[in-house]
Design a protein around this ligand. Sequence first.
Ligand code: SF4
Length: 332
Amino acid sequence: MNERRVVPELRQALLRWYGARARVLPWRGTQDPYRIALAEVLLQQTRVQQALGYYERFVTRFPTWEALAAAAEGDVLKAWAGAGYYARARRLHAMAREVAQHGMPRTAARLRTLPGVGPYTAAAVASIAFGEPVAVVDGNVRRVLSRLAGVARPAGRWLWEKAEWLLDREHPGRWNQALMELGALVCTPRAPACADCPLGAWCEGKESPEAYPEVRPRKARAVRVAALVLTGPGGTVLVRRDGASLGGLWGVPLAEGGEALVALLAEHGGAAVRRIGQVRHAFTHKRLTVDVYVGCVDTGGADPAGLPLSRLDEKILALAGEHERDSAPSEG
Ligand code: SF4
């Protein structure tokens, strides 16, 4: 995006588009900070179509900050039922109690002092309800700005600065909603409708929009689990279908959270459960450290030979095989 060309026309083009194409949603067209805050909190982890029903039910049950503040937590959670991520309902409830006691803050800076209110929610409520000229940056805005400027790896600070710079200071609430709406309806993650985009004339990324912003692989999560190699009375290794580490295959029982599995199976015939070592295995989003135990059980299983096993199960059984060879009495 050539900054010299970013002129009032760009803002007018987006606001005109918003006026003509914005979805009619119950939290739009109101200045009521309670309704706006409720919608913003709800939409953090719930899609618009799903949020509609929850929003109506919640606002009917608790129409004001005061009504919400006076409610018991159990009733608040019941009204939130189905929307998920209940921490949001608790945060909103705490926010209501604060507002009922001390009044509604009217600036983003002061809104951020409320429990659980981050920079996005504070800026959204301040700009939409009170007309404060502050920009918002959410996932939709990030995508639109990245494409508009042709910047594949937009840093957090760059995004806030760019959003502030583009902000229509005369209509901040409407502008913020328009930018988010464009990201939701036109500048979508896949197959954006560039031909219908009001910002096409200024967009640096429209030739290959899906290259912006660059999707970086998520860092793999480290997880520690226990695996129990089952052996039959004669010392033969057994696998079970319900023990598969990957659904549908035969395998070795695994349990996240340390030795819970070992303790459980020890109760069911695994009289002599012992740790024989550790294997590591990486999935795309997970790095497993597996503490491997061996236990003799009398509940049955199948010979792993010829059965489809995951790579992880193969590693675990290989360790068990090595251990057995090392501990076998020497023939010499
Ligand atoms: S022209 Fe395409 S890539 Fe650029 S802002 Fe519009 S929809 Fe997004």
